[in-house]
Design a protein around this ligand. Structure first.
Ligand SMILES: *Cc1c(COP(=O)(O)O)cnc(C)c1O
Length: 438
């Protein structure tokens, strides 16, 4: 139903406009149609029987599958080289369904301390009540020592490929190796990088998560998410008894119950999310939102290239500014992540950067209030440039010690570079700095 890579011979830029969609199957429509339909007629009783016993692939009900949504799933799967994908209503649904699918009977997740605010907040507030506990890795920057932190109850390692808001880069290959040596998968939230800047599966990841809300779609007009799987992790181990469980919903026509890996050997993880969590918890993405994400993907490479260029220009301007204490951006030569950037990010470091405002809290607030061209809000990856004081907003729920562990100083200001002319962006920052320091 959702295995991608229909066009394995083509390059990335061809796949992002073509993969997962065949016009002859859709009345020769060139642009993928929006299938705004709740359900799909069965041809006859036998067709219904075959669909329900998974003997035949097809559409049943839009909560678990829709032809427009399937184009999005297959296209992103192709871009990531994934064996399977499931699209969901948000990035948070992608994270929560992944964590439940991994550790639904209880267990521990070893997480990077450098995470999106909503992830960090929910890991503290919600999951422990469901029996899922988080350990924040002390050795995420030294993966050769990571094994010490993996307990018998640890179900996965969870990281971001480019962290939010700090743009920390990690040695994903070495982290994947440490996880695999302990028999557990690596989950990578690749939202900021997008498949254009970084391919987690090629670096050893087993599960990839996206908020499609951000750079993947790139126009600040939808909420959406995806979970992808490499297809190479062995889920039938004692650590993951849920994957050996036989379900009556997966029965053969003779009544024999089966497990997800038996019925969907190539992509059991995302199919189990689809038929258990998406089906019963219900965070389905609408066909129109999926369509907007498909259109957004068509310009992914150009957008991320321009945003990376704009971010470099802004980082260099800020780095030389007297009102700036420090700048964090991996493409800068003095970044502690510059070596990994050069090794793994051939297409650029993306649009997110942050800087430390030099001055009092009052001056920082005058500066933010004086900004005119940048939008002041909590999204990222938009075509428009955005600015925000993360420690007081997106990461405002963190306690002081948690902000210290996540390396988010109080004077941090995050920028998400858009597609504007960089001279206008610099002029806007400059006039705001001048108001704040006069
Ligand atoms: C925004 C974001 C999410 C959550 O995505 P939503 O689509 O807003 O639910 C998850 N991870 C990262 C890194 C994000 O930036």
């Amino acid at each position: 139903m959702t295995n991608g890579t229909q066009l394995p011979a083509y390059h990335f830029d061809t796949q992002r406009v073509r993969a997962g969609y065949e016009p002859t199957e859709h009345n020769n429509a060139v642009s993928p149609p929006i299938y705004q339909s709740t359900a799909y007629d069965f041809k006859d009783v036998e067709h219904a029987r075959n669909l329900f016993s998974f003997q035949e692939a097809g559409n049943l009900y839009t909560r678990v599958g829709n032809p427009t949504v399937a184009v999005l799933e297959q296209r992103v799967a192709a871009l990531d080289g994934a064996a399977g994908a499931v699209a969901l209503a948000s990035g948070m649904a992608a994270i929560s369904y992944t964590l439940l699918n991994l550790a639904e009977g209880g267990g521990r997740i070893l997480a990077s301390p450098y995470l999106y605010g909503g992830s960090a907040d929910s890991f503290k507030k919600v999951y422990p009540k469901l029996g899922i506990q988080f350990d924040y890795a002390k050795n995420i920057l030294n993966p050769e020592k990571l094994a010490e932190e993996i307990t018998p109850d640890t179900k996965a390692v969870f990281i971001e490929s480019i962290s939010n808001p700090n743009t920390v880069l990690l040695d994903v290959d070495a982290i994947a190796k440490a996880a695999h040596e302990q028999g557990i998968p690596l989950v990578v939230d690749n939202t900021i990088a997008t498949p254009y800047l970084f391919n987690p599966i090629a670096h050893g990841a087993d599960i990839v998560i996206y908020s499609a809300t951000k750079g993947l779609n790139g126009h600040g007009n939808i909420i959406g998410g995806l979970v992808l799987e490499s297809g190479s992790f062995n889920w039938e181990s004692e650590k993951f008894p849920q994957f050996s469980e036989k379900y009556y919903t997966l029965r053969e026509s003779n009544g024999n119950h089966r497990s997800f890996p038996e019925v969907f050997p190539d992509f059991p993880f995302t199919t189990r999310i689809r038929f258990n969590y998406l089906n019963y918890f219900g965070a389905a993405i609408g066909p129109f939102d999926a369509y907007l994400a498909i259109i957004g993907l068509e310009t992914l490479s150009e957008r991320l290239t321009k945003q990376s260029q704009n971010a470099v220009t802004l980082a260099e301007y800020l780095n030389a500014h007297e009102s700036v204490e420090w700048v964090r951006y991996p493409a800068l030569e003095d970044s502690p992540h510059h070596t990994l950037y050069q090794r793994d990010f051939k297409n650029g470091a993306g649009g997110i950067l942050s800087f430390g405002f030099k001055g009092t809290q009052e001056q920082r607030e005058i500066f933010l209030n004086a900004i005119r061209l940048f939008h002041y809000h909590v999204n990222i990856g938009d075509a428009r440039s955005l600015i925000v004081n993360s420690p007081q907003t997106t990461h405002g729920e963190l306690e002081a010690d948690e902000k210290a562990a996540a390396d988010i100083p109080e004077n941090l200001i995050r920028i998400s570079a858009g597609l504007e002319d960089p001279a206008d962006l610099i002029a806007d920052l400059e006039q705001a700095f001048q108001k704040a320091t006069k």
